[in-house]
Structure formats: C-alpha cells, structure tokens
Design a protein around this ligand. Structure first.
Ligand code: NAP
Length: 482
C-alpha cells in the first residue's frame, strides 16, 4: 500500500485527465496520485512524465491510501455511467469529509442528483466545469466548480494554482452550490455554439457576396481580431481559413465535409432554456444549424427547392465586409445576453447565488469563448447586478445602436439572396421582439382562449377573462388557467 503522500488525485487518464494531472503536478506543493481503470494508461503516463513525480496506483484502495486527509480526487472520465461507476468505487474507500470532484462534462441535473446522494455519506461532491480542451487542461483551464462551501476551502487554493490567468486573476470561482458549476459550463458551451455559428455565417456571406478566397477572408478575420471582436474563436478562424490542404493544394475549408458534429452540450443548453422559459433563440438556432448540416439526405433537395433568381454580388466589397462585421458583433452581443439570461433564470430556479460578472471574468482565459468583450460584461454587472437584460447595459446599447443599421441590411440581403443566416436573423428578431411595444402574443392568447378556454388578461382592468366563443361570444370572468 502507498503511504499517504499525495494532496490531490486524478481518476481517469485519457486526454483531459492526463493533462490535468500534469498541470497539477507542475505546481509548487502538489503531489498527484493517479488512477485509471486500464492500468496501461497509468503506466504510460508515469513513464512519459517522470518529471511529474506521480504516485501511480492500481486499485481504488491504493489510490485512497496514497492521499492525505481530506482525500481529494478529481474524476476525468467519460461522462455518464463512467462517472457513476467511479463515484461508487471511491465511496467504498473514502471517508466523511473527503472530496470527490467530477471534472467531466456532466449534465447539471445529474450533478444535482449525485451531490445529494454523495452528501448522505458525509463525503463532499463537487461538479466542476472544465473548459479549454486538452491544451487548457495542461496549461491552465477555466474552472467552474460547484459544490459546498466546505469543499471550496480545500479546493480553492489547488484550483487557483492550475487555472488560466487573465489580467492577473485566476479563471476560477466557486460558482454556486451542487450543480451550479456544471450548469454554467453548459451555458458556456451553448454560447460557444452561437459564437461559432455567427462567425461561420459571416464567412459564408463574405465569400458568397464578394467572391473573396478563404485566404483573403482569413486576413479579414485577423484584422477583426485587433478590434472589438478580439477573441480566441476569431483568431483560430483566421488560422483555419488560411490552411491549405497538402494533398489537393486547395483551401482546407473546401475539402472538409460540411457537416458539423456536436457532443450535446449545446442541445442541453437550448433544452434547458426552453424548460426555464428563456428565449435563447441564437443558441438554439446554432444547435439547429449543426443538425441541418448533418442531414445530407434532406439537403439533397438542393436544386429542387426554388431560390432567388440571381445570386447577390456586393457592389462595394469593403463596405459589405464592414456591415458583416457589425452584424456579427450585434448577433454575438445577443448570444451572450441570452446565455447570461439562462444562467440568471437557472440560478433563480435552482436556488443558486451566481455572480454573473465573475462568471464573465473567469471565461476571459483558458476557455474557448475567451474574448476581450467579456470585460465589458463584468463591468455591466458590476454597475448593475440586477440588470434584467445584459444588452441594455450602456456599452452594449451603444454598440447595438451603432451596428443595427448594418445588421438589418445584412439580414435583409441574406434573406433576399437566399444565404442562410439563422443566428444573424433570429438574433435580430429577438432584439426587435424585446423592443416591440406590443407583440402579437395578444392574438395567440385569443386563439388559445378560443380553442382551449385558456383565458386571457385585459390591458384595462385586473382579473382573468374568457370569451364564450361557442356561445353568444360575451365575456365572463374566469379562473386563470395559463
Ligand atoms: N475533451 C475535451 O476537450 C473536454 C473538455 C472538457 C471536459 N471534458 C470532459 O472530460 C472528461 C474526460 O474526457 P476525455 O476526452 O479525457 O476522456 P473520455 O474519452 O471522455 O473518457 C475516457 C476515460 O474514461 C474512463 N472510463 C470510461 N468509463 C469508465 C468506467 N466505467 N469506469 C472507470 N473509468 C471509465 C476511461 O478509462 P479506460 O482507459 O479504462 O477506458 C478513460 O480514462 C469527459 O467527461 C469529457 O466530457 C472533455
């Protein structure tokens, strides 16, 4: 049996776990115990990285015995049944006060369930969102832990030491209790879907309307990355567009099959938004855009379904590119505003206290949606923590005022010329929906009352009403059945 020499352990040594373990081992004061179901991964990691001075273990008993108390283990295994299996094994060898951290991409409702069950044994369970992929895990991820205040006392210093650093601050905070960390990570991924889709729409519009090559559009994105849009995703977009395929000498983007994959977290975000009644249309459209791309059998209707007679050509390419930039910026503001709305609604529903400004701050480094822009979100919530809609903060309101004409022009052009722009256009519809003094929802309530006696409220007096549609069509007071 190992002596208890390790202050932290990692279970699951595939890409993420092995990199996170190396990150932990590289920080002053950490000794890292490692365990993987298949022993070859453990042996391989120890052999490849002697500098990490790992404590390799080959049974859960040995793993627990190698950890100092309170034992702290980060699980990085395939989310779902794998996570439950590992928790079950750890609970056999851990004691009250010990800490199990799940760093996998768990659905937050699973985390709520697991936290409740594990708490009954006296062991602390922390669901932690980890963003940044392989490189982030090794060099510094953005970390979103939930769980109890007690476990944060032990975990805080360790997590601060391995997280990415943005403007001198580690990209980690105790997001909130039980499933709050995984919830926030899920919304992060939902925003990521929308952010990637608006970039893709901008590229497509520029390419189709100006005829510029991918390499020329790469230059445009590189230029955009020096301004308000500066972000990791814009930066890597330029890299991808510039890449030339070695086999064919063509732009790689033209060789890659145009069907986008997804691992589910965008869909979870959209589904959660629907469940919470939050109109996160940009995120949902981004998820649907990937689904549409991945149905070649349906897309074979090209040439069957009629489109506009002529393709659009931008008369002034530079002016068109600038309009696209503004449309992208405006749509991105909407996507983030919707994402933060989901977090606010989730916090209210599940009883979490989540500091929205701090969430924006810990996304500035390590994660995929890191961007200059996030500072503005932190400032907006610092000024007004109860801001009902993020995009109404002065900075964003002014940005939208400056970009809305271009945004409308681009959405109109896209519609007229048959270029799909689902997130550009749905974001604009959402924006105009919020602006509208009066919505046709009144008519929908009338229809609902007609076929289902669902009742309605009146603008001119209190109470709930129903029209006797199949009778004499007089109005009666009714019980609210909304
Ligand atoms: N990849 C990313 O960019 C990223 C980013 C953030 C979070 N995550 C999350 O991090 C976690 C790890 O991701 P990954 O890509 O490194 O690995 P993965 O491919 O998702 O999972 C492989 C690991 O899970 C273990 N495992 C699977 N089922 C198990 C079970 N029933 N009992 C014990 N161990 C089991 C495997 O052990 P064996 O070697 O024995 O098969 C292996 O160590 C996942 O939850 C993932 O969603 C990934």
């Amino acid at each position: 049996m190992s002596e208890a020499t390790a202050n932290i352990g990692v279970v699951g040594l595939a890409v993420m776990g092995s990199n996170l373990a190396r990150n932990l081992a590289s920080r002053e004061g950490n000794t890292v115990a490692i365990f993987n179901r298949s022993h070859d991964k453990t042996e391989h990691l120890v052999a490849e990285h002697p500098e990490a001075e790992f404590v390799p273990t080959f049974s859960y008993e040995e793993f627990a015995a190698s950890l100092t108390v309170p034992r702290t283990a980060i699980i990085m295994v395939k989310a779902g049944a794998g996570t439950d299996a590992v928790i079950e094994e750890l609970l056999k060898v851990f004691e009250p006060g010990d800490i199990i951290v799940d760093g996998g991409n768990a659905l937050f409702t699973d985390t709520i369930r697991r936290e409740k069950a594990v708490r009954e044994t006296g062991v602390n369970f922390v669901g932690m969102g980890v963003s940044g992929g392989e490189e982030g895990a090794l060099l510094g991820p953005s970390l979103m832990p939930g769980g109890s205040d007690e476990s944060w006392v032990t975990l805080g210093p360790i997590l601060r030491s391995i997280a990415a650093v943005a403007e001198g601050e580690p990209c980690v905070t105790h997001v909130g209790h039980d499933g709050a960390g995984h919830f926030v990570k899920m919304v992060h991924n939902g925003i990521e879907y929308a952010d990637m889709q608006v970039i893709a729409e901008a590229y497509d519009l520029i390419r189709r309307a100006t005829g510029k090559t991918p390499a020329e559009i790469a230059d445009i994105f590189a230029e955009w990355n020096t301004g308000d849009l500066e972000s990791y995703l814009i930066e890597i977009t330029a890299e991808v567009l510039r890449q030339v395929d070695a086999d064919t000498d063509k732009p790689l983007v033209d060789i890659i099959v145009d069907q986008a994959g997804a691992k589910g977290t965008g869909g979870w975000t959209a589904q959660t938004a629907i469940d919470l009644g939050v109109p996160a249309s940009g995120i949902a459209e981004a998820v649907f855009a990937r689904s549409l791309s991945s149905h070649p059998e349906q897309r074979a209707t090209t040439g069957v379904l009629p489109g506009p007679a002529e393709e659009f050509t931008a008369f002034d390419a530079d002016a068109f590119v600038e309009q696209v930039r503004l449309a992208l910026y405006a749509s991105k503001i909407v996507a983030y505003s919707q994402g933060f709305d989901i977090i606010r609604a989730g916090a209210a529903h599940y009883g979490w206290t989540i500091d929205l400004g701090t969430v924006a701050a810990i996304w500035r480094g390590g994660c995929i949606i890191r961007a200059r822009f996030l500072n503005r979100i932190t400032e907006a919530y610092a000024e007004s923590a109860d801001l009902p809609v993020l995009m109404t903060a002065p900075f964003f309101r002014e940005a939208l005022a400056a970009s809305q004409d271009a945004w409308r022009a681009i959405v109109a052009t896209a519609a007229a010329s048959g270029i799909p722009s689902p997130v550009f256009s749905s974001s604009l519809a959402y924006y105009d929906g919020l602006r509208a003094g009066r919505l046709p929802a009144a008519l929908i309530q009338g229809q609902r009352d007609f076929f289902g006696a669902h009742t309605y409220k009146r603008v001119d007096k209190d109470g709930t009403f129903h029209t006797l549609w199949s009778g004499d069509r007089s109005e009666v007071e009714a019980v609210d059945t909304h």
